[in-house]
Ligand binder design. Structure first.
Ligand code: FEO
Length: 167
């Protein structure tokens, strides 16, 4: 594998791992605050990102590349509000999308159509996840400071997420 592409895929392993840990920290924050639905949502998101990471690790190995399991920075563990939590979620997904687009750009530059093809799965995932993050943030923006709205959001988040993913 071209070393530029190999390095980029290893960077992507780190971004997916970081997202997984960040969402775990978010789940834990929500759990402690009593938002059990939001916690369940982020525990599941954390697992998903771990799957994204492992898929990359296996792919690099299959292509006889060298996987570098990364050291991660400590994730943000405190949030002032649910809106701040979900703004951070959207920001994280937008960052990952940007990085994936960068990998794809470099694949084309280096004519690595195999990795380009593999990365299409991530493009689709990112479309779904960004759309979900925007949907949830839009709902919270409408709710504003309304406590009963937060209660309903927490109760309904799993079904909102499921409906969004079916669209
Ligand atoms: Fe796998 Fe949503 O980044």
């Amino acid at each position: 594998m071209n070393s530029v592409i190999e390095n980029l895929l290893n960077d992507q392993v780190k971004y997916e791992a970081s997202a997984s840990m960040q969402y775990l920290a978010m789940a834990s924050w929500a759990d402690v605050k009593g938002y059990s639905g939001v916690a369940e949502f982020f525990y599941a998101q954390s697992e998903e990102e771990r799957v994204h990471m492992t898929k990359l690790v296996k792919f690099i190995n299959e292509r006889s590349g060298k996987v570098i399991v990364p050291q991660l920075e400590k994730p943000q563990g405190e949030f002032k509000t649910l809106i701040e939590l979900f703004e951070s979620f959207l920001k994280s997904e937008m960052f990952v999308t940007e990085q994936i687009n960068h990998v794809i750009y470099e694949c084309l530059q280096h004519k690595d159509y195999n990795v380009h093809n593999f990365m299409q799965w991530y493009v689709t995932e990112q479309l779904e996840e960004e759309s979900l993050a925007r949907t949830l943030l839009d709902k919270l923006t409408i709710i504003g400071d309304d406590k009963s709205g937060h209660y309903l959001f927490d109760r309904d988040i799993i079904s909102i997420a499921a409906a969004n993913n079916q669209e």
